[in-house]
Design a protein around this ligand. Structure first.
Ligand code: UGA
Length: 446
């Protein structure tokens, strides 16, 4: 009999995982405590913008014409407990308010709500990013609260999906990491991931703490790479060097690699910043804080980028924002997403607004979320409208649409032809040829 799978928490991670499990051929039940989310998913609609996800859902959600019917949703833990052989926990672990540490309350309550309904041998698989040591604690809690006792086992299986590529990353993971305490759990997970394993995804088995650490160390490494190149951008600016050329040249060394060396206003989003901080907090609790003090520097290099962008914009408009119009292209933390959580672009826009600038933001997909978070900023329906009458244009999220803009057309409507490229993604020659003053972080003024 094919395994039946539940996915608890249908946010970014959970909705994608549920759809992917159905695509792999399993019967899947997705659970969320927010009824509106469940209603949307049941209609085959996705609560966020993620390329390909709505299509994948509609291919499997029961009740949708032509679907396989393998994917259903519920708000009932009782139903989930009765249904699933394997339960994936995909709830979020945000940063605690006013602290670096991660807030485990959603994970804890998911386990507490599920456990009483586990009456037969089952595997619960944690996917959320958690502080190391959580899995061991949760395994005990699970065995104590489940009627099945120790037959309700736990595995930890961190997720490495990137927003914007979530479907691809989930269906064809570059590695599958599983932290287990016994062979049964490993066997079940090999069954769940049989298809990607057959396609060549490495399946790496380890203990709980290592699996938890793989996730936080991977994100810390990525953040370190970005802050490294941004630190080089600072030095390049001081020395009149060009960080884009520098990144290209060091990237040819295979040990360094080209990826994640785009200098700009830095990293944001719902993962990298909070994962770094939670990792530092946890290392402190374990008495290993010295090992991660460098992450404090990674975080502050990153946050400094935002302030620096604001300074460059202030200089560009003559030393003060009062009475100046600033066009902001981009609101999301990265392109191909509508996610504005800890978005460097919106942070810069907000700072300029607070300093008296009249800011108008345009983003291809993030407008609704941006408006909700920063209702006092101005918003325009197109890039051209955002730029109308602007004293300076800021390019802060590297959407393809912005690379395809015609600098000559924008020059017609803007007050001043000044553009600051916060993502080093536009073609300087093109803009300069159309009469713009182009400046970018870590590059010569020329
Ligand atoms: C990140 C990781 O890349 C995923 O592997 C991980 O699974 C995920 O967090 C998570 O923990 O859930 P994501 O937050 O979607 O994924 O975004 P990234 O593509 O990593 O980008 C993060 C930020 O870094 C963005 O703001 C992006 O603009 C910035 N960035 C990225 C740069 O500033 N420069 C670069 O060269 C690359």
């Amino acid at each position: 009999m094919a395994l039946k799978i539940t996915v608890i928490g249908t946010g970014y991670l959970g909705a994608t995982h549920a759809a992917a499990m159905a695509e792999l051929g399993f019967e899947v039940l997705g659970l969320d405590v927010v009824p509106e989310k469940i209603e949307m998913l049941q209609r085959g609609e996705v609560p966020m913008y993620e390329p390909g996800l709505a299509e994948l859902l509609r291919r499997h959600v029961a009740g949708i014409e032509g679907s396989t019917g393998r994917l259903r949703f519920t708000t009932s833990y009782e139903e989930a407990g009765a249904f699933g052989d394997v339960h994936f926990v995909c709830v979020n672990t945000p940063q605690k308010h006013g602290e670096y540490a991660c807030d485990m309350s959603y994970v804890d309550s998911a386990f507490d709500a599920l456990a009483p309904h586990l009456t037969r041998p089952t595997l619960v698989v944690g996917k959320s990013t958690v502080p190391v040591g959580s899995a061991a604690r949760l395994a005990e809690r699970l065995a104590a609260a489940a009627p099945a006792g120790p037959a309700a086992e736990l595995a930890w299986n961190p997720e490495f999906l990137r927003e914007g590529f979530a479907v691809q990353d989930t269906l064809h993971p570059d590695r599958i990491v599983v932290g287990v305490a016994g062979e049964k759990a490993e066997e079940l997970l090999r069954e769940v991931y049989a298809k990607p394993i057959a396609e060549g995804s490495p399946f790496i088995v380890m203990d709980y703490p290592t699996a938890e650490l793989v996730k936080t160390s991977a994100n810390s490494f990525l953040a370190t790479k970005i802050s490294f190149i941004n630190a080089m951008a600072e030095v390049c600016e001081a020395a009149d060097g060009d960080v884009v050329k520098l990144a290209e040249a060091i990237g040819h060394d295979e040990r360094i690699g080209k990826k994640f060396l785009r200098a700009g206003i830095g990293f944001g989003g719902g993962c990298l910043p909070k994962d770094l901080r939670a990792f530092m907090a946890r290392a402190g609790e374990l008495g290993a804080d010295q090992a991660l003090t460098f992450l404090r520097e990674i975080d502050s290099i990153n946050m400094r980028r935002r302030g620096h962008m604001v300074e460059l914009a202030r200089d560009a408009v003559g030393g003060g924002f009062l009475g100046k119009r600033v066009a902001v292209l981009g609101a999301t933390f990265k392109p191909d997403s509508d996610d504005v959580r800890d978005s460097p672009a919106l942070n810069v826009a907000g700072q300029i607004h607070l300093q008296g600038g009249q800011v108008t933001v345009y983003d291809p997909k993030g407008m609704e979320n941006a408006r909700r978070l920063f209702p006092t900023l101005g918003y325009a329906d197109t890039a051209l409208e955002a730029v109308r009458g602007a004293d300076v244009v800021l390019h802060l999220t590297e959407w393809r649409e912005f690379r395809e803009l015609d600098p000559a057309a924008l020059a017609e409507v803007t007050a001043e032809r000044r553009i600051l490229d916060g993502r080093n993604a536009l073609d300087p020659q093109l803009w300069r040829k159309a009469g713009w003053t182009y400046r970018a972080l870590g590059r010569p003024r020329a």
